[in-house]
Design a protein around this ligand. Structure first.
Ligand SMILES: Cc1cc2nc3c(=O)[nH]c(=O)nc-3n(C[C@H](O)[C@H](O)[C@H](O)COP(=O)(O)O)c2cc1C
Ligand SMILES: [Fe+2]
Ligand SMILES: [Fe+2]
Length: 395
């Protein structure tokens, strides 16, 4: 599939994988994008998951027949993109593997392939003929070797995972030929799940890319961006600064509905006080992949869970660790819980979130033995207080 003059999309769709990285659900599938630049020299930019090699190779052959490929440019070594390196080297024994020093070391470790290598650094240029490619390192977005490749005369950025999203391609590849809005939720989920921990590094990368005149972004997953570049950059910029809308996400764990009822009372009070965008998640029912996306979207965050065997309800512990591990900040935060004989959940939530830079709202509420009437007013007040603080932060 031709994207523009001498540039072909040779990626594949994966609609069979259940969990990306063994963690994140893919109800809409995912694409592994690869691009072929055909000039005096031919360059392939990234590969695909090894399971799709045959399809991948036939896409390449459709574009260039049996013409050899001179360069394989490796923007990222995670195996969803690097997995086919060995087989590409077998198919094209004279190919040169292009990557930075970190990339080359990872190739040695993962693939033990010999072959020609070209080690590139920041601002190095590779001339293919009339097109020239420049390399920019964007370390820790989201691996240490991640880089982007820029066709600087045409303004085409091959961005690796950056600006990518979950969701297989549905026929169309370029944003102007598809309904791009279908991908925004999957972009937030992809970012929050995979890249979310590295906000400061994404900011550095965005700063580096800001000076470039980019007309087309070819990421490693999801559609190719042209008219949506401003929207995509704004999304990445906001998420990597941990900026959010003034909505509220309430996450609760609950075995016998006591904690859930507290969450409902809090949510109603917040709604009554004017918060329109409220979402409640049962941490045992909703996959944390989606909860994380909502945490990245909303400025208000409330969590509640019972005490379980002298400790915090385990699914809540797991969720909080995922949130804190992503360095989420700029959040208005409160928490609540319930117990029967010796409460521990609140203490544990406080300890787990201590290092996070959350702004506390109100005091934690603890309920004993389902005595909702004893904490009803406090729950209402907490919901209303959260609403007021969210409203304040609007101005
Ligand atoms: C398996 C299990 C372990 C529990 N462990 C404790 C505990 O260590 N300390 C405590 O005070 N309550 C404990 N409880 C009681 C619950 O924390 C309490 O009933 C709480 O209100 C349940 O909230 P829920 O209805 O939202 O699940 C335990 C309950 C269960 C089912
Ligand atoms: Fe990756
Ligand atoms: Fe990837």
């Amino acid at each position: 599939m031709k994207l523009t003059e001498n540039l072909y999309y040779v990626g594949v769709n994966d609609r069979t994988k259940g969990l990306f990285e063994g963690l994140w659900p893919l109800p809409e599938g995912i694409s592994y994008n690869s691009y072929l630049l055909v000039d005096d020299h031919v360059a392939l930019i990234d590969t695909v998951d090894a399971a799709f090699f045959d399809t991948f190779l036939s896409e390449i052959r459709r574009a260039i027949g049996h013409r050899p490929i001179d360069y394989l440019i490796i923007n990222h070594m995670e195996p969803d993109h690097s997995g086919a390196i060995n087989r590409i080297c077998r198919e094209y024994p004279d190919i040169t593997l292009v990557g930075n020093a970190q990339t080359q070391r990872m190739i040695d470790g993962f693939y033990r392939t010999g072959g020609n290598r070209l080690t590139v650094n920041e601002n190095d240029v590779l001339t293919l003929g009339k097109y020239r490619l420049r390399f920019h390192l964007i370390p820790m977005v989201h691996w240490p070797e991640t880089m982007v490749t820029f066709d600087y005369e045409r303004g085409i950025l091959f961005s690796g995972d950056a600006f990518g999203c979950f969701g297989a391609l549905n026929g169309g590849v370029i944003d102007k030929f598809i309904v791009s809005a279908r991908y925004w939720d999957e972009m937030v989920r992809y970012y929050s799940n995979i890249v979310g921990k590295y906000g400061p590094q994404v900011q550095k990368a965005l700063h580096k890319l800001k000076g470039l005149e980019i007309r087309m972004v070819c990421p490693a997953h999801g559609p190719v961006w042209t008219e949506e570049i401003p929207h995509v950059f704004t999304l990445y910029d906001r998420m990597s600064r941990y900026e959010a809308d003034n909505g509220l996400v309430i996450c609760y764990g609950s075995m016998y509905s006591n904690t859930a009822r507290m969450a409902e009372v809090i949510a109603r009070a917040a709604s009554k006080a004017g918060v329109r965008d409220i979402v409640l998640h049962d941490v045992s029912q909703k996959h944390h992949s989606y909860i994380l996306a909502d945490v990245f979207r909303h400025r208000g965050l409330m969590v509640g869970a019972p005490t379980y065997n002298g400790d915090l309800f385990p699914e809540m512990e797991a969720l909080i660790k995922k949130i804190v591990a992503r360095g989420v900040r700029n959040r208005l935060f409160s928490f609540f819980g319930s117990f029967t004989w010796a409460g521990q959940s609140l203490r544990r939530i406080a300890a787990l979130t201590e290092a996070a830079r959350f702004e506390p709202v109100g005091s934690p509420i603890e309920m004993r033995q389902g005595r909702l009437e004893e904490v009803y007013d406090a729950c209402q007040a907490l919901g209303a207080l959260m609403a007021a603080r969210l409203k304040e932060s609007e101005t």
